[in-house]
Write a protein that binds this ligand. Sequence first.
Ligand code: DC
Length: 234
Amino acid sequence: MESNKKRKIVIAIDGHSSCGKSTFAKAIAARLGYIFIDTGAMYRAVTLYALENGGIVGGIVNDDAIVSLLDQIEISFRFNPTRGASDIYVNGEFVEGKIRTIEVSNFVSAVSSIAAVRTKLVAMQQQMGKKRGVVMDGRDIGTVVFPDAELKIYMTADATVRAQRRYEELKAKGDDVNFEEILENVISRDKADMSRTISPLRKADDALVLDNSSMTVEQQMEWFDAQLERVLSL
Ligand code: DC
């Protein structure tokens, strides 16, 4: 392995929903000048497209209909300097705001458990990280997308803490939200993500666990710096 501290690596961040993976990943990417890829946004974008184009009707997820829509879905990212991260587009339409609603959250686990959806998105993710220098967050990055990632982090936090954070985030955006509904969504998504047959959420054997229930962003960054230092000096 190249022992140059400047060498570009893949940083895989997996873990439970709403535990701050994206905030953490985005901060790391900015610090290192890496590309940040929020793979959850990709599954959300497919879910939104399914909701708007007959793949989910009356609360029923139609797997076959979604699979047949896949060829029509072109996902792209464009860097947004104001956010310091890339915004997601579907067929050229900016959908960053529309993919974070509770409606999309309620269906995304079902959509992300469809094999053909995963095959398409995993291939895109591998292509995006081909040149290394990426921080990718999701559920299966260290296990399936980049099993050879040089640094793997498995993030988690107490479910109530996560629901509270999500509640505040949505409320700040002006959404009409209910804490109990969010907590229920967090718990049911954990269950769905960890129990699905294809690429369930699980800690890769070589991943480091980061439980940030009572950690500030600064403390998490300090922890990260120490891990990065160790990996780059190998
Ligand atoms: O990170 P997030 O909560 O925005 O992700 C939304 C959903 O997408 C999540 O419930 C599980 C799914 N997902 C996945 O199956 N694999 C990934 N790599 C990323 C997300």
